[in-house]
Unconditional design. Sequence first.
Length: 121
Amino acid sequence: MNARAVRVYIKDTLLKGFGREKLVGHQAQVLRLVQRPPEDIVHTFIKPHGLRLTGGLSVAWGRADDWKILLGSLFERGHGDGVASVAVLFRAAPRFTSQTSRAMVEDAARRLGIERCVWFD
C-alpha cells in the first residue's frame, strides 16, 4: 500500500468515529442552551449532528467552518414546518471572531428561516 493510501485508510477508517464522538459529546450542552430536557428528544441526526425536539424545534451543531452544511441541513429538516431552528457553531476562533464574518453567517441563517446562531470559541 502506498503512503497516500495509508493516510486515507487511517483518516477515513480508524479516526472517522473519533471526530463524530467528540461532537456527540456536545449534546448535553446544546440541550442546556435551548433549555430542554433529554426527554424532549424526538429524533437524533448525524452528518451534521442534530436533534428534533418535541414541538418541532430543530437544532444542529458542528464546527463553525461547516456553517454552510449546518444551515443547509436545518433548512432541509424543517422546510415547510414553520417551526424554529437553532444552529450551534463550535470552534469559531480564529476565522469567525469578527462581527463581519459572523454577520454574513447570521444573515444567511435569517434568510433560510433559522431563528438563531449561537457561537462558541
